[in-house]
Design a protein around this ligand. Structure first.
Ligand code: FE
Ligand code: CA
Length: 521
């Protein structure tokens, strides 16, 4: 069966024009010539070692991604020259009905990644895609366009995930996700972790802490060699945003956690942002500009959902009270402290004001709800989260309360545990009505310190807006939307210590349209 499929793929590639075919042959020759000079260990027959991906779905198209990397963990192994990559899009899984094709250049400047922005397609339907260089074909990926803006949509189903420390375990959650019936996937950050190899863990990072562009590239390559992750990318369009570990732990804009590294941090951030772009299915509008990269953006799924994708790292002010779990200092309440930056905040408020979607999803990084923990007689908060930026959170909540955009739902990552919260203008007032609902998903693989579980559980009575906490399991969240109801299913992996964990639903919560606040079902 597999053989037959390959044969038919070849047949269809042969229908590509003669000029394209010649380009492909030139590429093959280029790659073969490169073997002696650039590629030592790896065979040049394996260019697509990092899989394929698609992302940023619009009603008429999406981005297709791949990266040529015959030696993925040694800088990629490609020659220092541009290589043409042919791509094609079909309406069937066997790639028989090809409706778009073209050639993209994989250049050394972007680590021989390609980002193809396909347009002119039909809304709200599946497509399949494949790349080719010379005689080598990539695996076939599947992706889906968004419904037409404001068109009636009666059902939408997506998954969100975050925090996939490779060293901490296996990506069994992605194996499960790839089998689900989903329209798209949202990644909320910590796609890689920047730290060096630590012995004694289920898997090992390659090399030392990432600082240079080459180190970040090799780290993305390590993560992307994981076949479960590749399967989830190949199955759905992804909409990605980042958190801190794509660069460095708890960084804030151009300030790093360790003052010793401050002088070189702008260059490090530029390296990290470029490697992020090179490995994600992002549009050119999100290509790196020096140490900056435009990542906040918005997607619409008919009249059912608007997805406001936020970036709470690149523009935030340095944590006003530092970034530990500590009592708040008075600066946490300062109005100039910002998580989004003022431009993004205005962009968000503007987009929420103009959205006519039934559900307004804020896809973002760190937990938005207040959570106070009693520790040795003190009230402490996680000050890297919105809890460290109280005035900025209050501005957002006051906006939601005054302007009432339809059904705001916040989805969050970062905390490596599963949470459900009602969001309130005043968390300390039991009579304050919920204005939105937050679902924080657990990590794909990153550890949650088990010693903290009893501490959190003991604090739950002091945080009655918290409906659910579970720190024991890794996994992800499936969201099922209809005009009447939002439902979040927390998928949990039995173990990530071995590759053979099993996945089940840990808990499910619903939000009824028109009434903020979650209820377990
Ligand atoms: Fe994380
Ligand atoms: Ca994080």
């Amino acid at each position: 069966m597999a053989k037959e499929q390959t044969h038919s793929q070849f047949q269809f590639w042969h229908k590509i024009g003669r000029r394209d075919l010649l380009l492909g042959l030139t590429a093959l020759v280029t790659v073969q010539m490169s073997r002696s000079r650039f590629v030592q260990a790896a065979s040049p027959k394996h260019l697509f070692t990092l899989g394929v991906a698609s992302g940023d779905p619009l009603p008429d198209g999406f981005v297709l991604w791949t990266r040529l990397a015959p030696a993925p963990l040694q800088g990629g192994g490609m020659p220092q020259k541009a290589v043409p990559v042919q791509w094609q899009v079909a309406t069937d899984a066997a790639m028989r009905q090809v409706i778009r094709r073209g050639t993209a250049m994989a250049t050394p400047q972007f680590a021989h990644s390609v980002h193809v922005e396909v347009t002119g397609l039909e809304p709200n339907r599946w497509y399949w895609y494949q790349f080719r260089v010379g005689s080598e074909l990539s695996q076939i990926g599947r992706t889906r366009t968004a419904p037409v803006l404001n068109s009636p949509v009666d059902r939408l189903r997506f998954a969100f995930a975050s925090c996939q420390n490779y060293e901490h375990g296996y990506y069994t959650a992605y194996r499960d996700m790839a089998k689900q019936d989903l329209d798209f996937v949202v990644h909320l950050g910590d796609y890689i972790y920047e730290g060096g190899a630590t012995p004694g863990r289920p898997r090992q990072h390659n090399g030392s802490e990432c600082i240079s562009l080459e180190q970040y590239r090799d780290r993305y390559a390590l993560y992307k060699t994981d076949l479960d992750l590749q399967a989830a990318h190949a199955a759905f369009a992804w909409i990605v945003t980042w958190d801190d570990h794509e660069v460095a732990n708890n960084y804030a804009n151009l300030t790093t956690q360790n003052p010793r590294d401050q002088a070189t941090f702008a260059q490090r951030r530029a390296n990290a942002y470029q490697a992020y772009y090179e490995h994600m299915p992002l549009r050119r509008s999100s290509s790196p500009q020096g140490a900056d990269l435009q990542l906040y953006r918005r997607f619409y799924f008919g009249n059912l959902a608007a997805l406001h994708v936020l970036d709470t790292r690149q523009y935030r002010s340095d944590q006003p009270c530092g970034d530990g779990v500590k009592p708040r200092c008075t600066e946490a309440f300062a109005s100039e402290a910002t998580l989004m930056g003022h431009t993004q905040e205005r962009w968000l408020f503007d987009g929420l004001s103009r959205s006519s979607a039934q559900w307004n999803v804020l896809a973002q990084q760190v937990v938005m709800a207040q959570f106070k923990v009693s520790l040795k007689g003190n009230e402490v908060f996680n000050l890297d989260q919105w809890d460290g930026y109280v005035a900025a959170r209050h501005r957002l909540f006051q906006f939601l309360s005054d302007r009432k955009p339809a059904n705001p739902i916040v989805i969050s990552g970062d905390v490596h545990a599963s949470w459900v919260y009602d969001l309130k203008v005043d968390f300390d007032d039991p009579n304050s009505e919920p204005i939105a609902t937050e679902f924080a998903g657990t990590s794909i693989s990153s550890n949650f310190a088990e010693a903290n579980i009893p501490l959190v559980e003991a604090s739950l009575p002091n945080n009655p807006h918290t409906h659910f906490f579970n720190g024991a399991f890794r996994g992800y969240v499936i969201c099922n939307l209809t005009p009447q109801q939002w439902r979040s299913d927390f998928r949990a992996v039995s173990t990530v210590q071995t590759p053979n964990g099993t996945v089940s639903t840990l808990a499910s919560f619903v939000v009824e349209a028109g009434k903020a606040g979650a209820r377990q079902v």
